[in-house]
Design a binder for this molecule. Structure first.
Ligand code: PMP
Length: 468
C-alpha cells in the first residue's frame, strides 16, 4: 500500500494531516477493492464542502458507504483515485451520450479554450449551436442558452408567467425541474432520496403557486384547471420521467396534456433536460410524435447532452412567447457565462456527430440498453427477486418492486434497502449504478458487448447480496 501523502490524481495532494486511522478503517475497502485514496479524499472534501459534495446525490446517502473519487474516464469506464475501474452506468447523470472524453468534443473544447474561455460578448458559435438544436427540435423557433437545466426551467416558468399573466404552475410528483424555489415541490430523486417533501427555505407564498399532481393522471390535471380558472400559467412535465426512476407516459397522456393546456389557455413546457437527444435526436417530443405542428409543446427545456459535458441549458419554443424576453419584451433573464464558448464548442461537436450518425446511434443504444436491462432482470428472476424494469431507449430503472411503476406513488413502493445492497454489490464488482432507486441509469454508445458482459457478471454476484 502506498503512503497517503500525495496519493491523489493529477495535481492534487492530500494533506499529510489526513488521519492514518481513517486509511485503515473499513471504509477504505469496498469488497475486495482498495479505496484508500477515495477515503482520504472524502475526509478532506468534508472539511471544505458542505457534506463533502457539490450536489447531494453524489454523497451516496441513499445507498450507504462512501463514493469513489473519480480522477479520469474514457468511453464507458470511470477510474477512481485508487486506480479502480468501473463500468459507468450513470454517464454524469445523462450528458455523456457518446461516452467520456469523446474525441471530437475534447478537440473542440481545447481549440476554443486557446481562443479564451469567455468573452461576455456574442460569438458565432451560439447561433451555430442553436441551428443544430433547432434541426433536432423544430418546435424551438427561438431559444436562449443558459448554464444549467435549473436555469432553463426557472426561466421558462418565468416566461410562461410573463406571457400569460397568470401565477400558478402545474408540475407532477416525482418530476424534478432543477432546484429553483417554486419547482422544489414534490420534486423526485434528490429530495425523495433524502425523504423530504420539498426544501427548507422555500416560502409558503412561493410553494403555494405550484400545484403538484400525480403523473399519468389526466383527471387530476383537468380538476386543477377547473379549481383555478384562468390562473394556471403552464404545465411543466418530464415527458418521460427520469427523476423518480424511469417512468414512461401512458398512451395518450402527453397528447392529453397538450389538449388540456390549449383548452385552458396555459402553456405546455416539456422539460427535456434528461430526455433531449437521449431518446431520439428530437427527444421525447419526437419519439411520441409531438415535435411539430399543433401537438408540439409551447416551450422546451434542454440541458446535459446539449453541452457535451460542459454546463449548458437551453430554453426555447414559440417565437411569439420567446420574444417576451428582454431586450425585446418585459421578462428579464440573463447570464454572465451564458453561451460560453467552450460549452458551445462541446455542444456543436456533440450535436454535429449526432445529426450525422443519428440512425445507427439510436439503434445501437436501443440494442445495448435492452440487453443490459432485460439481462439483469432475468438474473434477478433466477434469484427469486421481483424487479420491475422500466426502460425507454437508453434510460432505464430496475425498481425493486413486483408491481408496475407508473407514477411516484408506485415508484415509492420499491424496496430501497434491497436497491442499496444491489448498488453496493455492483460497485464492489466494478459497475457504478446511479446511487438511488429514484434515478435513471444511462447507457452510452461507448457501451458494448464487453460492458454488457461485465454488468451481467457483477449482477450474478450482487443479486446474492440482495437476497442475503
Ligand atoms: N430537469 C430535469 C428533467 C433534470 O433531470 C435535471 C437534472 N437532473 C434538471 C432539470 C436540472 O438540471 P441541472 O442539474 O443542470 O440544473
Amino acid at each position: 500500500m502506498r503512503s497517503v501523502d500525495g496519493v491523489v490524481g493529477p495535481s492534487v495532494a492530500v494533506r499529510p494531516s489526513v488521519p492514518v486511522t481513517l486509511i485503515l478503517s473499513a471504509m477504505a475497502h469496498v469488497g475486495n477493492r482498495v479505496m484508500v485514496r477515495s477515503a482520504a479524499l472524502q475526509e478532506r472534501a468534508e472539511k471544505y464542502l458542505a457534506g463533502g459534495v457539490d450536489s447531494p446525490v453524489r454523497a451516496f446517502r441513499a445507498v450507504g458507504g462512501h463514493p469513489p473519487f473519480v480522477v479520469s474516464a474514457n468511453g464507458a469506464t470511470l477510474v477512481d483515485a485508487d486506480g479502480n475501474k468501473y463500468v459507468d452506468m450513470f454517464g454524469s447523470w445523462g450528458p455523456m451520450l457518446f461516452g467520456h472524453a469523446f474525441p471530437p468534443a475534447v478537440a473542440a473544447i481545447c481549440d476554443a479554450a486557446a481562443r479564451s474561455a469567455s468573452f461576455g460578448a456574442s460569438t458565432p458559435a451560439e447561433a451555430d449551436l442553436a441551428d443544430l438544436v433547432q434541426r433536432c427540435f423544430p418546435s424551438m423557433q427561438k431559444m436562449r442558452f443558459v448554464s444549467s437545466g435549473t436555469e432553463a426551467c426557472m426561466s421558462a416558468i418565468r416566461l410562461a408567467r410573463g406571457f400569460t399573466g397568470r401565477p400558478f404552475v402545474i408540475k407532477f410528483e416525482g418530476c424534478y425541474h432543477g432546484h429553483s424555489d417554486g419547482l422544489l415541490v414534490k420534486a423526485g430523486s434528490g429530495v425523495a432520496t433524502f425523504g423530504i417533501p420539498g426544501s427548507a427555505g422555500v416560502p409558503d407564498e412561493t410553494a403555494m403557486h405550484t400545484l403538484a399532481l400525480p403523473y399519468n393522471d389526466l383527471g387530476a390535471v383537468e380538476a386543477a384547471f377547473e379549481a383555478h380558472p384562468e390562473l394556471v400559467a403552464c404545465v411543466i412535465v418530464e415527458p418521460v420521467v427520469g427523476n423518480a426512476g424511469t417512468i414512461a407516459p401512458a398512451a395518450g397522456y402527453l397528447a392529453g396534456l397538450r389538449a388540456l393546456t390549449k383548452k385552458h389557455g396555459a402553456l405546455l413546457i416539456f422539460d427535456e433536460v434528461m430526455t433531449g437527444f437521449r431518446l431520439s435526436a428530437g427527444g421525447a417530443q419526437e419519439l411520441y410524435g409531438m415535435h411539430v405542428g399543433d401537438a408540439a409543446p409551447d416551450l422546451t427545456t434542454l440541458g446535459k447532452i446539449v453541452g457535451g459535458g460542459l454546463p449548458v441549458g437551453v430554453f426555447g419554443g414559440r417565437a411569439e412567447v420567446m420574444d417576451k424576453l428582454a431586450p425585446l419584451g418585459p421578462v428579464y433573464q440573463a447570464g454572465t457565462l451564458s453561451g460560453n464558448p467552450l460549452a458551445m464548442a462541446a455542444g456543436i461537436a456533440t450535436l454535429g456527430h449526432l445529426l450525422v450518425h443519428r440512425k445507427e446511434i439510436y439503434a445501437g443504444l436501443e440494442e445495448t440498453t435492452a440487453a443490459i436491462a432485460d439481462g439483469v432482470a432475468k438474473i434477478a428472476a433466477e434469484h427469486g427477486i421481483a424487479l420491475t424494469t422500466n426502460r425507454v431507449g437508453s434510460m432505464f430503472t430496475w425498481f425493486f418492486t413486483p408491481t408496475a411503476v407508473t407514477d411516484f406513488a408506485s415508484a415509492s413502493a420499491s424496496d430501497t434497502a434491497a436497491f442499496a445492497r444491489f448498488h453496493r454489490g455492483m460497485l464492489e464488482r466494478g459497475v457504478w449504478l446511479p446511487p438511488s432507486q429514484y434515478e435513471a441509469a444511462f447507457v452510452s454508445t461507448a457501451h458494448g458487448e464487453r460492458e454488457v458482459e461485465m454488468v451481467f457478471a457483477a449482477a450474478r454476484e450482487a443479486m446474492k447480496d440482495v437476497v442475503r
